[in-house]
Design a protein around this ligand. Sequence first.
Ligand SMILES: *Cc1c(COP(=O)(O)O)cnc(C)c1O
Length: 356
Amino acid sequence: MWRCECGGLLDIDLRAKFPVDMIKQRPPDMWRYREALPIDRDESIISFNEGFTPLLEVTIDERVLYIKQDHLFPTGSFKDRGASVMISKAKELGVERVVEDSSGNAGAAVAAYCARAGITCDIFVPEDTAREKMTQIQCYGARLHKIKGTREETAQAARQAAEHMYYASHSYNPFFFQGTKTFAFEVCEQLNWRSPDALVVPVGGGALLIGAYLGFAELLSAGVIERMPRIIGVQAARCAPLAHAYEKNFDEVQSILTRKTIAEGIAITMPVRGPQILTAVRMSNGHFITVSEDEIKGALRELSAQGFFVEPTAAATIAGVRKYLRDCRRNEEIVSTLTGHGLKNTRKLRRIIAHR
Ligand SMILES: *Cc1c(COP(=O)(O)O)cnc(C)c1O
């Protein structure tokens, strides 16, 4: 079951525990927060010992901040956090076949974990998906379906297939968010069990943003931290339905005109968890930032010059960081992240770097 009979979204109700002294002695991966992850039996866990990615001090526009290097996951994006927990749950439920739709990275992550779990998988992507991402999905042995049309039409095709397969969706399936929440646990532990002042993250469908909010909320209610960081969501100006709804003070995302952006990973015109994303940002006292194509390219060149090799979507976040730095307090402690590896889309990168 991937949504309620009424059509509504499903979420997991869980009282997470954090036995800090025990956690510190465990291997440095995301499964060290075992008591907060809703998998019943250890034998069900499908993992590459992923996570606990480095939280690195980086200087951007003469300001020092922390950047979590989530492009260093086994499949090259933070989507592995969600896929590890979701596919572990599928394994635990005895699922033999799953379907997922994606602009590439979530599909690659689900395909990799299914390969490790011995689960058959069908991945739907829009026809214009980056070639590297399609190759990666096929290498893992998944069946790749290229759909003519938009990202939304791709999702519709997958939902149709989901009538007779387990829908391992990174938008609907609540277990995916149980994995992405480990982002918050790691940031908290790496800051010596504190929360930062602000968190600047990319947002399309909200897998990372909602996960981070959920994670900090659990740390807060367990008494591990004392306050929620401000959550800043970065969208591409060309596809910014969430920023638009926030500005207008709407509780739901409206259908607005969007255009193609080089930040393909966050090009979501109708996020199914839109109301949850808006609530998370408002509850944390945060806001949204939009970035232009030129600002994304500028951030990508800046990151490359500092030795980071990331895909354009990841650079969009840092373009957002640059804007946030202009308006925030001088001494604010800021955490941001790099979400996808550069090898995910070399053609786009070559074009951007050629215009240096
Ligand atoms: C999925 C993804 C994002 C964030 O998208 P959400 O759906 O909001 O989690 C950001 N960067 C990359 C590289 C991605 O693959």
